[in-house]
Design a protein around this ligand. Structure first.
Ligand code: TMP
Ligand code: ZN
Length: 407
């Protein structure tokens, strides 16, 4: 632990935990003509000993990431589509009890959640910075504006549509470097009795499973109940309920209200106790995490080299954002993984960021008979294993441990 850096949440000095080395943007899949002009940054993570926010030290300009060609469309995963339908029903049933409620979603993507609200004729608005995904949402009948959310946007929305009963987002907050601008926006737009609810990959799961691949340029933060409570307290917002989710290999949903407006549920006290037990506010925990990452890297590289020496063919399954961290941190290239198959057309016939492993359509994998596949979509393990059960292949995983699992 060496260099100093100011906490993005509370401005105190942070402690650097580790560097993952030179890293490209996780979703910068390369066309032939882009090779040789990639953007790299040194990816280091730090913990704040004051507010316990886990964060990236340096981060590329967000405008480089959520551009018009943003590759990620939420609706490509079945499992996630179901998760968002359940979420929409939960919010409509539990949080929108006023006669004419208004719900605002930040980073609403292609409308995967809000379309269920729109179908019921409930007033809603999606605020989605990526213009191409916002267009898809509008075609799906979801009211959407293509903007970054901040105090100014919040005031404009309040002016035109009134205050919000619910402001929500999923896998968005951890992407936003300036949480203060979001907090000010929430304060400006939320009704006094309203609820701000968001969910993101949970630091507790990352530490528990050594799933360091949740760390990449787009994830500026890995939150805990402790750090979220500390972050929003100065804005008069309080976490009154939390719910653990299985999505993204373990996420936490945080429900916030104006401080004192609602009873704080046991779920909050219990989870904060648990965070103390697992050491999320202890620097030692993060020193151990660093050693676990190094060990995981060594074991994965050793395994792939061994299989290669034995003459086996190894491919990758799903060109996830997370895979960019694993491949670059471990230095795994086309010599160890022949190709990565993926179902997303926009990624086909590109090279993986940094390590330049070819990305092939899923159909290519279906016809092919490699000996092993590295499961980069480990968070969808059950779904994938079921889909591929007839295939004669061995699966390599690295979360929570490096190893071979039989399909
Ligand atoms: P993400 O983890 O960055 O959201 O990306 C998921 C990627 O994984 C996306 O490109 C689709 C791909 N994928 C497959 O190709 N097959 C699968 O079975 C799953 C679950 C994901
Ligand atoms: Zn801090």
């Amino acid at each position: 632990m060496t260099a100093m850096h100011h906490c993005r949440a509370c401005h105190s000095d942070t402690k650097e935990i580790m560097s993952f080395g030179r890293m490209p943007l996780a979703n910068a899949f390369l066309k032939q003509e882009d090779i040789g002009q990639e953007y790299f940054f040194e990816m280091k993570v730090a913990i704040c000993p004051t507010c316990f926010m886990f964060q990236l030290v340096d981060q590329p300009d967000p405008s480089m990431m959520f551009h018009g060609n943003y590759a990620f469309f939420s609706s490509t995963s079945h499992h996630m589509a179901k998760h968002f339908e359940t979420m929409a029903n939960t919010y409509m049933n539990d949080l929108m009890t006023d006669p004419d409620p208004f719900i605002v979603e930040l980073g609403s993507n292609d409308g995967i959640m809000l379309k269920h609200v729109a179908k019921k004729g409930i007033r809603h608005l999606g605020i989605e910075p990526s213009s191409n995904v916002a267009e898809v949402a509008k075609r799906n009948g979801v009211n959407t504006i293509s903007k970054f959310f901040n105090e100014e946007t919040a005031k404009e929305v309040r002016e035109s549509s009134g205050p919000a009963d619910v402001i929500c987002c999923s896998n968005v907050m951890c992407h936003i470097p300036d949480l203060h601008s979001v907090a000010k926006g929430v304060v400006a737009l939320l009704k006094p009795t309203g609820v701000f609810v968001f969910e993101d990959p949970y630091l507790g799961d990352v530490i528990d499973k050594t799933s360091y691949d949740q760390i990449y340029d787009e994830h500026v933060y890995l939150f805990s109940v402790t750090s979220v409570s500390n972050m929003f307290a100065p804005y008069g917002l309080e976490v009154f309920h939390v719910e653990h989710q299985t999505t993204h290999g373990g996420s936490m949903r945080y429900y916030l209200c104006q401080t004192g407006q609602k009873n704080v549920k046991d779920s909050v006290t219990r989870q904060r106790e648990k965070e103390k037990e697992i050491g999320l506010s202890s620097l030692e925990t993060f020193e151990t995490f660093k050693l676990q990452c190094e060990r995981s890297r060594q074991e994965l590289v050793d395994l792939l080299k061994k299989l290669k020496q034995e003459g086996h063919r190894v491919v990758g399954y799903a060109a996830t954002s997370k895979s960019t961290t694993v491949l670059n941190y471990c230095g795994i290239g086309p010599d160890l993984i022949e190709y990565i198959c993926d179902t997303t057309p926009i990624k086909h016939d590109t090279a993986s960021p940094g390590m330049h492993i070819p990305i092939r359509p899923y159909e290519h994998f279906q016809k092919d008979n490699p000996d092993y596949a590295v499961l980069f979509a480990w968070n969808h393990k059950a779904e994938v294993m079921d889909k591929e059960k007839s295939k004669d292949i061995q699966w390599i995983t690295f979360v929570p441990q490096v190893g071979i699992v039989n399909g």
